[in-house]
Design a protein around this ligand. Structure first.
Ligand SMILES: O=C(O)c1cc(=O)[nH]c(=O)n1[C@@H]1O[C@H](COP(=O)(O)O)[C@@H](O)[C@H]1O
Length: 233
């Protein structure tokens, strides 16, 4: 059964054992989990099998960015392993995104495909160094529009851009927002952050939270605090 919660817990761990140790403390009816580059590179598809076996819906966050044919194949491979969501970099362009969407359709795979816009660790200076002379939110809006036109189900963006995207791309277009920092947590390396409640009010459809929960002394207590904050307690 799909959880009604918007929470996606980032299992950013260096080993399968460490990730499963955290997952075993979580309830698949109260959250989804995200498997990223470090964990997947170390543990491979075994981690997906283990999490699916525990009843979790998994966001495979490998942020594919390559030529269209290569990305289409990678997205198909992810979807065939039954993941709930997979992502590509929207800056890979229209042809890359369209190829991935087409491949999923041809193979009748229903995994959500979303596009990373501007990483939440990036600020205007970082974009300027890359030759992108617009503000992060302008670049997010541009890439989100391209992702939507290319047939993607949504984007990864910071909650700061979610409101604008809600009016431009609609409610059904997913806005998956990392850079979530409950009031009790440090910003770490994130630049464009918001609290869970603010992020939902701004139009996020899903909240990605890692270190504020996984590095907390008591991860379950931290998760409960986030749930309370979301419930407006
Ligand atoms: O695609 C992502 O999930 C992602 C995109 C982005 O722009 N920023 C971002 O932080 N993430 C991921 O979201 C998670 C955030 O983790 P914490 O900063 O520990 O909450 C990490 O796993 C990041 O890889």
């Amino acid at each position: 059964m799909s959880p009604s919660s918007p929470l996606i817990i980032a299992l950013d761990y260096p080993s399968l054992d460490a990730a499963l140790c955290m997952a075993d403390q979580l309830d698949p009816e109260r959250c989804r989990v995200k498997v990223g580059k470090e964990l997947f590179t170390r543990s491979g598809p075994a981690v997906l099998e283990a999490l699916h076996g525990r009843g979790f819906e998994v966001f495979l966050d490998l942020k594919f960015h390559d030529i269209p044919n290569t990305v289409a194949g990678a997205v198909q491979a992810a979807a065939e392993q039954g993941v709930w969501m997979v992502n590509v970099h929207a800056s890979g362009g229209r042809r890359m995104m369209e190829a991935a969407v087409k491949r999923l359709e041809e193979q009748r795979l229903s995994t959500y495909l979303i596009g990373v816009t501007v990483l939440t660790s990036m600020a205007a200076e970082d974009l300027a160094e890359l030759g992108v002379e617009v503000t992060p939110d302008a670049q997010v809006v541009r890439l989100a529009a391209l992702a939507q036109q290319s047939g993607l189900d949504g984007v990864v963006c910071s909650a700061h851009e979610a409101e604008q995207l809600r009016s431009r791309c609609g409610d059904a277009f997913l806005k998956v927002t990392p850079g979530i920092r409950p009031s009790f947590a440090a910003a770490d390396d994130q630049q464009r952050i918001m609290t869970p409640a603010q992020a939902m009010a701004a139009g996020s459809t899903h909240l990605v939270i890692g270190r504020p929960i996984t590095q907390a002394k008591d991860p379950m207590a931290a998760l409960a605090l986030v749930e309370q904050e979301l419930a407006g307690v």
